[in-house]
Design a protein around this ligand. Structure first.
Ligand code: HEM
Ligand code: HEM
Length: 181
């Protein structure tokens, strides 16, 4: 298992900065923030863009030339950065928290906290991503992607099963709530 080097990753990240920002806080919500994300999850995504298991035309082009060492270095760099959370109204924060923590028993939806943690920090060992502070538009696009089987790289279909039960309103609320965590 290769070890990531933060300084080498910073140098290699120059090409990524155009979309993901120099420190992984992407200025545009078309692109996900990578700052503070677990390196284990970042490496998994880069590998899966390369293998095609996670389909995305832009990222496929970006990872083509990356070695395993490059991936580890880039992941170490972004993991060492700090993400900037978004802000939401108190109303959204309250309703969002209820759903995020408790899910919906009647519809057999587990709380997101079970895997992503009460603060949205995920769990590095399990490769459960940090989702806190992410752009709401990106969170939304991924939940819809999992629901519509456009993105199908979550192990054991964990995210497809859950997102399959979410309405557009649920997704909207959760995306906003999580972005401000
Ligand atoms: C997604 C890394 C360059 C556009 C991602 C993700 C990673 C990543 C790890 C997944 C994030 C997550 O799952 O939370 C990198 C690295 C780059 C790079 C290391 C440089 C080698 C770029 C560039 C662009 C770009 C230059 C724009 C031209 C995107 C887009 C997504 C994405 C659109 C979302 C894909 C989706 O919706 O599934 N990138 N990126 N990336 N990146 Fe990059
Ligand atoms: C990934 C949201 C519940 C396991 C993600 C992502 C989002 C998300 C937005 C993509 C992150 C990114 O691309 O950066 C949610 C929400 C949940 C929820 C809103 C509650 C409704 C869960 C639960 C589990 C779980 C309960 C575990 C059983 C995962 C895993 C991934 C993931 C393993 C990464 C998939 C991969 O490797 O590509 N989640 N999640 N999530 N989630 Fe969830």
């Amino acid at each position: 298992q290769a070890q990531g080097d933060i300084d080498a990753g910073k140098t290699k990240s120059a090409v990524c900065a155009a979309c993901h920002g120099p420190d992984g806080n992407s200025p545009s919500d078309l692109y996900p923030k990578l700052a503070g994300q677990h390196s284990s999850y970042l490496v998994k995504q880069l590998q899966e863009f390369k293998s095609g298991e996670r389909e995305n035309a832009i990222m496929l082009g970006m990872v083509a030339a990356l070695s395993e060492q490059d991936m580890e270095d880039l992941a170490a760099y972004y993991a060492s950065q700090t993400s900037t959370p978004e802000t939401v109204s108190e109303e959204v924060a309250k309703a969002g928290k209820n759903f995020y923590m408790g899910g919906d028993k009647e519809r057999a939806i587990p709380g997101c906290t079970a895997c992503h943690g009460p603060r949205g920090n995920g769990l590095a060992l399990a490769k459960f991503p940090k989702i806190s502070g992410q752009h709401p538009a990106y969170i939304k696009s991924q939940l819809i992607g999992f629901r519509d089987s456009v993105r199908h790289n979550s192990p054991n279909n964990m995210m497809s099963d859950i997102s399959g039960k979410l309405t557009d309103e649920d997704i909207d609320l959760l995306s906003k709530y999580i972005s401000a965590l």
